[in-house]
Write a protein of this length. Structure first.
Length: 101
């Protein structure tokens, strides 16, 4: 599984840079937070032109999904077997384009 790169902006916001034709998989690792308490559900929501597809949980601690589109916000909410719940949101934006000479 590809773990496409997240960038943390100076304000703390998580961002991924993705073009409008890209469909890439992203994984959020909750192992440090859950400390062995496995994920039993993972829900994904998106706005803008973002589509979330083919989501899964790996090794009880990593929630992953394929994301298409290039402008919007994605939120992943996981619930653990012990009842812990955590939501993580990140922005999807088009890549910065440098002028070609």
């Amino acid at each position: 599984m590809t773990r496409s790169a997240f960038v943390r902006l100076s304000a703390g916001t998580l961002v991924i840079y993705q073009g409008p034709l890209d469909q890439l998989d992203y994984g959020l690792d909750y192992s440090a937070l859950l400390k062995g308490d496995p994920i039993v559900s993972s829900a994904w929501e998106a706005d803008g032109d973002i589509t979330v597809d083919r989501f899964a949980v790996h090794d009880g601690a990593v929630a992953s999904a394929f994301i298409s589109g290039s402008q919007g916000v994605v939120t992943n909410t996981v619930t653990s077997a012990g009842g812990r719940r955590k939501a993580v949101s990140f922005c999807v934006v088009p890549p910065l384009t440098a002028a070609c000479a």
